[in-house]
Write a protein that binds this ligand. Structure first.
Ligand SMILES: NC(=O)c1ccc[n+]([C@@H]2O[C@H](COP(=O)([O-])OP(=O)(O)OC[C@H]3O[C@@H](n4cnc5c(N)ncnc54)[C@H](OP(=O)(O)O)[C@@H]3O)[C@@H](O)[C@H]2O)c1
Length: 289
């Protein structure tokens, strides 16, 4: 019998790479997709695919390659994992930066899923959407990323309900903090956006946003959850007889989901209040306007 095939987006780095390697070692034919695939290791069962999820032509070309490689056997699973994180106070966030966040994490996911569904319907296959704990609680300075993750959660719920009678299962996997290259890119992007901000906005947000970037990266470095833990959950979703609709990876992600359900909005607001610019920062900036 031929191997079941899986497309993993964002497989050149971090979580996607760990999942692609474990799935290949576990006997799947894995299409490991990203824009830059030059550094992907040569592993039996792992097929590199150039794929920019934000470009319709690139998605079409990738699915051509996959169809040729599978010789007409339909793709069995899709792991929508590709993503970026654009940190910024919302007052400083340019429309282009929000578009980049949504094009990659939301619209890209729609385009890839649409291309995969004709195959997945034939194979009675599986979709896994990777979101985040921030798909349950919106975090200040991660507004763009939270918007994208909430959208991905809604996308998953709507898709699962639409496909209820199709034979295709749809699951969401919400990781907590895991140390991967995303955190270095996160800090660099945040510092770049801060450097481009108007002096008044920089005066208000600069200190607390810089502290937020440094603390977030430091916390991620200390995270006990690993990319391999994430990969194990992906393998579980693809090998269990009846996938659940929802999985968390790491205690922190589970706590985020539980807090979103149990805490009131004022209680959630209070969690972040101490890290935000104080009244004095706003007053001083107002005086110089
Ligand atoms: N690490 C965490 O703490 C954490 C926590 C919760 C959720 N997540 C989510 O997990 C996913 C993977 O994150 P990660 O930590 O593994 O990040 P990462 O190490 O930065 O990897 C991101 C991957 O996405 C790919 N990518 C980015 N833009 C793309 C595009 N336009 N088209 C195709 N591929 C693209 C990157 O490859 P190229 O740049 O070569 O295209 C790379 O392979 C993301 O969706 C992220 O939101 C991560």
């Amino acid at each position: 019998m031929s191997k079941k095939s899986v497309l993993v987006t964002g497989a050149s780095s971090g979580l996607g790479l760990a999942a692609a390697l474990l799935l290949a070692r576990s006997g799947f034919q894995v299409f490991a997709a990203a824009r830059n695939i030059h550094d992907l290791p040569e592993v039996p069962g792992l097929v590199p695919v150039v794929l920019d999820v934000s470009c319709q032509a690139s998605v079409a070309a990738a699915f051509e390659q996959i169809a040729q490689a599978t010789g007409g056997q339909p793709l069995w699973a899709l792991v929508n994992n590709a993503g970026i994180c654009v940190p910024s106070p919302l007052e400083l966030l340019g429309a282009e930066e929000l578009r980049r966040q949504l094009d990659t994490n939301v619209i890209g996911q729609l385009i890839v899923t649409q291309a995969a569904l004709p195959h997945l319907r034939r194979s009675h296959g599986r979709v896994i959407n990777v979101t985040s704990g921030l798909g349950s609680i919106a975090v200040p300075y991660l507004g763009a990323y939270s918007i994208a993750q909430f959208a991905k959660m809604a996308f998953t719920d709507a898709l699962r309900r639409e496909l209820e009678h199709s034979g295709v299962s749809v699951s969401v996997v919400q990781p907590g903090a895991i140390h991967t290259p995303i955190w270095g890119k996160f800090r660099a992007t945040g510092q770049q956006l801060l450097a481009q901000a108007q002096p008044q906005a920089r005066a208000i947000y600069g200190a607390s946003f810089q502290a937020f970037l440094a603390q977030s990266e430091a916390l991620a470095k200390e995270a006990v959850t690993t990319a391999d833990d994430f990969a194990e959950v992906i393998l579980q979703v693809l090998t269990t007889a009846q996938p659940q609709s929802h999985y968390c990876v790491g205690d922190d992600a589970g706590e985020f989901v539980a807090m979103a359900r149990s805490l009131s909005t004022p209680e959630l607001d209070a969690l972040f209040s101490a890290q935000m610019p104080g009244a004095q920062a706003f007053a001083e900036a107002g005086a110089t306007a």
